[in-house]
Write a protein that binds this ligand. Sequence first.
Ligand code: SAM
Length: 225
Amino acid sequence: KLSMRLQAVASYIGRDAVLADIGSDHAYLPAHLALDGRIRKGIAGEVARGPYESAMATIRDAGLDGKVEARLADGLAAIREEDGVDTVAIAGMGGPLIASILEDGKDRLKNVSRLVLQPNIHALAIRSWAAKNGWHIVEEEILEEDRKIYEILVLERGSASYDDLELRFGPILSERKPETFRKKWEHEAASLQKILDRIKEASPSSERDAKEEELRRSLGQILEV
Ligand code: SAM
């Protein structure tokens, strides 16, 4: 059974999609979707040999040969033109790594109309990439599982611009402010406050002052939202 996190990611993959799941590890996401008859074809991309072998084992054991294919490749290099991939999922990594995979493989996204991205941290890197590259955010979700908080961003083609607060907190999440969103940022605000309290005890210096100023700005943004 898929984790709640991957179930949430799966819920944004359109019916009959041709899906490339990049950094697929065990290929659980494409394998489940294929077993449920929800995708036409799945590609499980992995850069590391161990996870690639796990992906092959999952596919074989589930009898999905021909329906889901594991490929050993760096990022979007797993996608070939003839695949007709229309949806890319990248889950379980940091936002900056996801953004750099998208940036490095831009030319492989020609036929792709939807990106389903699940950063563990720093979703801001993905929102900035989207705004710079002609994608916009059509859905955002935040969820907690095993005491960790995850965000899911769904991108489609179309330009948009986001201000600083939208980039950091998410244009949709900051509008809806679900319970888990409040929890995440209250937690973040509390740890910033703790650091600020500790900084106060350090002897003054221009470096300290600059850091304090930056942290105050950051905390101020959270309190504003
Ligand atoms: N996507 C799965 C999930 O959400 O449960 C697995 C996440 S796992 C923490 C991250 C995986 O991404 C690892 O198996 C790692 O080898 C793979 N990975 C990291 N960088 C990659 C890249 N540039 N191209 C393909 N896979 C990558």
